[in-house]
Design a protein around this ligand. Structure first.
Ligand code: HXC
Length: 544
């Protein structure tokens, strides 16, 4: 027997034929509904209570709690909750693990749609079997079609050993999609547990990787294998913890103190990004005056050119409401990159940082900036380059490590980028590094300079040693230093200024320091129509 129940759509149980609203009769078998609810709530509960307890003891949230933290309340729509593994070995199929250790679906993050997957460590250690992988692949295909970002939450023991090569093939289908959709929709990876073996390569192919102190670990081979293979003794944290990957390997872009802190950071990042390569980043309202004066830049003109300072201070002063989201904060600190808004428009900043290695270019700084530039170009985000660079960092390690090959990536990324590119030379811009940092002839749209800029083939001291070596050698010992100083001053006056460069048009304007913010906002507004979003050839964001 079945009962007649109220139609949830019309809100009526009436059967009155001929009435204007034509309410429907809805008959639901109570047994099927009961069964559905039982299956559904069991599936949604995740792994057994002791596994959930173990998860909590490690300071970790469950896969479902993580989605709740990330998405707007009630917005998440799950897909594939009832999918199971088809693997018949080791009794996996008989366990009927609904969802196969992963939650997939769509939800909004601060009102904007995103595709989200969250691995469930309480079910088979979040390991990746074929169904698990198929769910991720299907979600990514749908996200690319819908043109929305993909956010992956990873907490997994890696390839599901019981499923053999099927699980390896599962990674293959994910890597393929990471690459295929690179530069089409933003891809973000949040590592909240182990991420071992080949599993590390999916995050490495995505645009941004987040890790949490003490919780996240990434490595191709774990401490045991390292010890067996090389004899080195190393713990999980040192081998593949968040700070290792944030400061040494450069795999990780953002480090958080806790999972809630991590989700807050992800949301902040998302606020700067467009949904896909066919859109612009969202314009924000700001009360920050366009012509706000920046006294710090005036001060920069007064200080000794060899004095170090953190370029972050200048970025904070320039940006709307002093907000700067730094990317890769702990890696290659001689180069600072991140997102700001100028007059409400999202801009990506690339800046030499004199506080670290005098702001010189090296292998890691080149890789860091080049990949960020390629991300910005893929997603229609204009580029602001702040230059204070004495040159390339010298040394055998840099030469043998391939500064030529890595440095070339920076030249390639800037030359290839077709988004609006504005450069402001703050102080030093010497030699090859001057060219590399979005110089005019390498495609900078508008190149500004402060009066304090020194743009030349090399610094005055170095130039004097080469140009006047004979005179210096022939001078009396006690006269040499004053002679050097005099010649360096003459060289500086003639070459180490922005005026020669401005006279040839390689600097468009030498600007009043206090007006820098107004000039930059005006220039970005002027270039806003330089290309339409998505108008450029698709290049992808290859890991560099
Ligand atoms: C199947 C796995 C698994 C895996 C963990 N589990 N990893 N099941 N395949 N890869 C299961 C465990 O058997 C256990 O099941 C449950 O998940 C929880 O694991 P524990 O070991 O109890 O948890 P913990 O002590 O926290 O240790 C977590 C861990 C450890 C560090 C991740 O499980 C581990 O080292 N796993 C193997 C990691 C690894 O080497 N992965 C690489 C696989 S090869 P029960 O039933 O007890 O709950 C690979 C190649 C891919 O990924 C190449 C792609 C190109």
């Amino acid at each position: 027997m079945s009962d007649l129940i109220e139609d949830p759509i019309s809100g009526s149980a009436s059967q009155g034929a001929g009435k204007k609203t034509h309410p429907k009769k809805v008959r639901i078998e109570p047994e099927s509904l009961r069964k559905f609810r039982e299956i559904h709530s069991k599936a949604a509960a995740g792994g057994p209570p002791e596994k959930i307890e173990a998860q909590r003891k490690k300071g970790k949230l469950t896969a479902r709690e993580r989605i709740a933290y990330l998405t707007d309340e009630g917005s998440f729509q799950e897909l594939g909750l009832l999918m199971e593994s088809r693997c018949t070995d080791f009794g996996i199929k008989d366990k009927h693990i609904k969802g196969d250790g992963i939650i997939t679906g769509f939800g909004t993050v601060n009102g904007r749609l995103a595709a989200i997957f969250s691995e469930d460590f309480t079910q088979l250690g979040g390991s990746l079997g074929r169904t698990h992988a198929d769910k991720i692949a299907k979600l990514m295909d749908m996200a690319a079609d819908a043109r929305v970002p993909v956010i992956g939450i990873l907490d997994s023991g890696g390839a599901r050993i019981q499923e053999g090569v099927d699980s390896l093939d599962g990674y293959g289908e994910i890597f393929l999609r990471n690459t295929k959709y690179s530069g089409i929709v933003p891809q973000i990876s949040i590592i909240l547990g182990p991420c071992a073996g080949g599993a590390v390569y999916s995050p490495a192919l995505t645009d941004f990787v987040f890790m949490v102190k003490g919780i996240s670990h990434m490595f191709v081979t774990g401490p045991e294998v390292v010890k067996a293979a090389t004899g080195e003794e190393v713990d999980f944290e040192t081998l593949g913890g968040s700070m290792t990957h944030a400061s040494k390997s450069g795999v990780c872009h953002f480090v958080a103190n806790s999972e809630p802190d991590c989700f807050r950071q992800v949301k902040e990042l998302m606020s700067f990004l467009p949904q896909n390569r066919f859109e612009s980043a969202p314009q924000a309202e700001t009360k920050d005056a366009v012509n706000r004066k920046i006294a710090l830049l005036e001060k920069l003109c007064e200080i000794d050119a060899r004095k170090a300072y953190r370029v972050n201070h200048i970025i904070w002063w320039l940006s709307d409401d002093h907000k700067f989201l730094e990317v890769h904060h702990d890696f290659a600190k001689n180069m600072v990159v991140g997102f700001i808004r100028l007059g409400g428009q999202v801009v990506g900043v690339i800046a030499n940082n004199p506080a670290h290695m005098a702001g010189a270019l090296d292998i890691n700084a080149s890789d860091k900036a080049a990949r960020f530039i390629r991300f910005l170009n893929n997603f229609n985000i204009p580029i602001l380059t702040l230059v204070d660079v004495p040159g390339y960092w010298p040394g055998v390690a840099q030469e043998h490590g391939g500064i030529i090959r890595h440095g070339a990536k920076l030249l390639y990324a800037y030359s290839e980028a077709t988004v609006p590119k504005i450069t402001l030379v703050l102080r030093k811009a010497y030699g090859g590094a001057y060219i590399a940092m979005s110089s005019k002839l390498m495609g900078g749209d508008i190149n500004f300079s402060l009066p304090s800029a020194e743009i030349a083939v090399m610094g005055p001291r170095g130039a004097v040693e080469i140009l006047f070596s004979r005179q210096i050698k022939e001078a009396k010992e006690e006269d040499r230093e004053p002679l050097r100083a005099k010649l360096a001053k003459e060289y500086s006056d003639k070459f180490a200024s922005p005026y020669q460069t401005a006279s040839t048009g390689s600097i468009d304007e030498v600007i009043e320091p206090a007006q820098a913010r107004a000039r930059l906002i005006g220039a970005f507004r002027m270039l806003a129509g330089k290309r339409r979003p998505g108008d450029h050839a698709h290049t992808g964001n290859i890991p560099l």
